[in-house]
Ligand binder design. Structure first.
Ligand SMILES: [Zn+2]
Length: 441
């Protein structure tokens, strides 16, 4: 397999320009960042107000004056826009559709909806992610092994994409037999990077560790699309012996936040959008350790603008500047429960699934597991046992999870032969079937 001469993304002028812009903006001071954000907000608000009846009506009802000067305070007084609002009135909230792609999202929240994305926005999105990856040494054209949601129909579930110099392996088929084929392919291909969902990377790492088989050295692992749990990061680091990089982003292209050169925390990219972290009363969260909902205004999306968009994703605030790299960016410790990652007890307590984030070998005797909840106060723990999994092991897991969840939560232990990935090929470890509306109610 030969490497591509020019990485596909580098053929796009929008991509190259945005990469260059971000490189130049890398050393901006806080004052320069704020000036840029304010200018962007003015432009986004003007555009949304003048070209979409949806935003115009929404803001008129809230007493917004399009002639008044715009400050961060003005923006923080605008009403939120909800997923349901865009879902139900897409045309009213859309500025233009020509040369746009209609994209859909929402599987993780249970509120699927679609919107229009123009080519420039998407090129800038790719360039923004590349900009963050570059912090750990990645560059366009580096050989990479990819386990993501692409459907691969080839018999061996492996496909080489020369335009991106990447070898894609299906994350829908992380069976021992297929993983062995992926491993053998990697021995020849010699990837520098593994790009994956944390869940799929974790399954592959466990397979390598348990089979004791050789794998070529990697420069790093690039995780996305799911929360990266500590136990997953530790396993990836142990098995591959390299840095595990993660970022938070979403299809709506409103907020992007990635690790830096040294710190495993989410640095909010200020040129990408204006991201607020708000408590249930809508007040800014600025206390270290406090969790808030991510509400974001996109600087990229013009076709369907997102202004003060409620993502229903949550983050834990750390600081307004990273102590390790010195960037004056908002830093989030971790991303909390994309809503399905909470269970609710019989007394109405919400428990974040980070609660089961145990730092020991409790799950070593299981191949895979998944929580399913379709009734308050009851969760089913589906697990694929290994040969070493005895009734005593199951009883121990049951007891220890019970201690975490508390008396108002019943746990049903259910051995299963296999656990199916979602439609996008993700391995969710909680399937939440209850219609949970928000962490504050
Ligand atoms: Zn940093």
């Amino acid at each position: 397999m030969k490497a591509a001469l020019v990485h596909q993304d580098l053929r796009s002028r929008d991509y190259r320009d945005w990469r260059e812009f971000l490189r130049k903006a890398e050393g901006w001071s806080r004052a320069e960042i704020e000036a840029h954000q304010l200018a962007q907000l003015r432009e986004v608000l003007r555009h949304a107000y003048e070209t979409t009846p949806g935003y115009r009506e929404l803001w008129q009802q809230a007493g917004y004056d399009p002639q008044a000067s715009i400050s961060f305070e003005t923006v923080r007084q605008l009403p939120f826009v909800e997923k349901e609002t865009i879902r139900d009135r897409l045309e009213a909230f859309t500025s233009f559709k020509t040369r746009c792609k209609y994209v859909t999202t929402g599987g993780s929240t249970g509120i699927p909806f679609g919107f229009y994305r123009d080519g420039t926005a998407f090129a800038r999105e790719l360039a923004s992610k590349a900009h963050q990856y570059a912090r750990v040494g990645w560059k366009e054209g580096d050989p990479q092994l990819v386990f993501r949601g692409t459907v691969i129909n080839a018999q061996n579930r492996i496909q080489f994409y020369p335009r991106f110099n990447e070898l894609r392996c299906s994350s829908y088929f992380l069976t021992p037999e297929k993983m062995e084929r992926y491993r053998v392919a990697a021995l020849t291909y010699r990837p520098q990077w593994l790009r994956c969902y944390p869940s799929s990377g974790f399954l592959f790492a466990r397979f390598l560790e348990e089979s004791g088989r050789e794998f070529p050295p990697l420069q790093g692992i690039l995780c996305a699309s799911e929360n990266l749990y500590d136990y997953q990061r530790e396993t990836l680091r142990r098995v591959f012996g390299c840095r595990v990089f993660s970022h938070y982003g979403h299809f709506e292209l409103s907020a992007l936040a990635g690790f830096c050169e040294n710190a495993d925390t989410y640095h909010v990219l200020p040129q990408y959008g204006y991201a607020e972290l708000l408590d249930p009363q809508g007040r800014p969260v600025a206390t270290p350790g406090q969790m808030g909902e991510i509400v974001a205004t996109s600087f990229l999306m013009r076709a369907t603008p997102f202004v003060r968009y409620r993502t229903r994703d949550y983050a834990v605030f750390q600081s307004h500047e990273c102590p390790r790299c010195g960037r004056p960016y908002d830093v989030w410790e971790r991303i909390e429960g994309r809503l399905q990652e909470f269970v609710v007890t019989s007394t109405g307590r919400w428990i974040s699934m980070t609660a089961i984030n145990m730092h020991d070998n409790i799950f070593d005797h299981l191949k895979q597991f998944q929580f399913v909840q379709d009734q308050r106060g009851v969760a089913t723990f589906n697990y694929v046992p290994k040969v070493s999994c005895t009734p005593a092991v199951v009883a121990d897991i049951h007891r220890r999870l019970g201690l975490k969840f508390g008396d108002d939560m019943q746990l049903v232990m259910q051995p299963v032969e296999r656990i199916e990935p979602t439609k996008r090929g993700k391995h969710r470890f909680l399937i939440q079937k209850l219609p949970l509306q928000g962490h504050d109610n």
